[in-house]
Design a protein around this ligand. Sequence first.
Ligand SMILES: Cc1cc2nc3c(=O)[nH]c(=O)nc-3n(C[C@H](O)[C@H](O)[C@H](O)COP(=O)(O)OP(=O)(O)OC[C@H]3O[C@@H](n4cnc5c(N)ncnc54)[C@H](O)[C@@H]3O)c2cc1C
Length: 421
Amino acid sequence: MTSVAIIGGGAAGMMAATTIIERNPSAKVFLIERNRILGQKVRMTGGGRCNVTTGRTDMDDILRRYPRGKNFLKHAVYSFPPWKVMEWFEAHGVPLKTEEDLRVFPVSDKSDDIVAVFEKLFEKSNVQVMLGATVTSVKKGADGFEIEVPSPLGLAPSSQLQARSLLIAVGGQAGGSTGGYALASSLGHTITPLAPSLNSFVVQEPWVKDLAGVSFKSVHFKFVGTQNIASPENRYEFTGPFVFTHKGITGPAVFALSSLAAYEKLSVETPARLLIDLLPETSEAVLTQQLQEGIAAHPKKTFENLLSQFVPKSVATVICQSIGIPAERIAVEVSKKDLHKTIAWIKGLPLTIIGRTAGEEFVTAGGVSLKEVDSKTMESKICPGLFLAGEVLDVDAFTGGFNLQAAWATGRLAGENLLLG
Ligand SMILES: Cc1cc2nc3c(=O)[nH]c(=O)nc-3n(C[C@H](O)[C@H](O)[C@H](O)COP(=O)(O)OP(=O)(O)OC[C@H]3O[C@@H](n4cnc5c(N)ncnc54)[C@H](O)[C@@H]3O)c2cc1C
């Protein structure tokens, strides 16, 4: 009988298989992957550079970046934290670098180098990698699991595998994947509602296209819910960098916000209101004083030019146009009312979000209910011998290497605990 079968040759599945053979080189492991190469999504990560993990070391700070799964992941991430992930890859011949924003990449900037570590390890081991093999069904029998793999490459003529224990590590629905949640639900697991996360936002205001490419290092976002259902439950806040696009806004803070608001319905019919404080470090009172001092010092300067000392010129133009201050209006002639409107705009730039588009990193919120999985082992509480790891679980994070970190850590923990036949 086959000892262990792993469905999914992605981040979690590859790490689990490696962990099994590191501990027990004679173990027989089947790694079943639908694609014709291992780690297809890992290769796509970080724009092909693979943001392997994070350079952060404060565990609370790390776990805070998982809107779903924070408590569940504690054991896995403490056992295989980012710095151990880094040590592991470096020990396997991939030097890593930590960039200024604490994202960790291979020095080569090649995600293929990350997958190659596993490919080399599997070549010399008892891991039988089955590529181009899609598992269509799994059943639990008296002796373990029966795994249906129609016409798997390298395993002719049989299309049914027997395994004492099974790991489902089929990932999520993002990045062209169709998801493999049905395999987990067929063994009794509940799948929580699924939603895309880590998106850019599309906004209604036509003027955003005039600001495309304008970026801010640190603004404060207040997502104040869909206009007709503004309740405390759908209010989210986040501070960080963002950039205007032709259709809306994107960047790390926008991805984080989209992750927090993953389950909000955003459409033209159900738009959400977003307020952006462009100068979060400057209070309204201080900004008023600074603007008044500017007007007193340069009364003949156009107001738009004066304003561009506080915000980028193109933003100053949009503010003046939106409030109705003509471009040629000199500072001293701007009414008190318009001055107040300008300050309100800078401290709470209003945007109407009407949709999402895929960001540079894209994951699925929702998945196998965490109540049904033992967080210390990754074993199912419903189906003994079944393990689950990676994005198929109801776990997802902000951008910055945290999603792969969760996959490495849960994959490792599952690998340590999978029963060997
Ligand atoms: C474009 C993009 C960029 C990203 N960039 C980053 C990044 O830089 N840093 C980061 O931390 N995260 C990033 N992510 C997220 C990260 O890639 C995933 O969270 C991570 O790969 C999840 O690992 P996993 O092992 O759970 O799933 P995956 O890596 O997706 O692996 C699951 C595997 O299971 C296989 N499979 C599914 N169903 C079956 C079946 N029935 N039979 C056989 N095989 C099956 C799939 O083909 C797949 O190879 C990115 C995602 C995308 C889409």
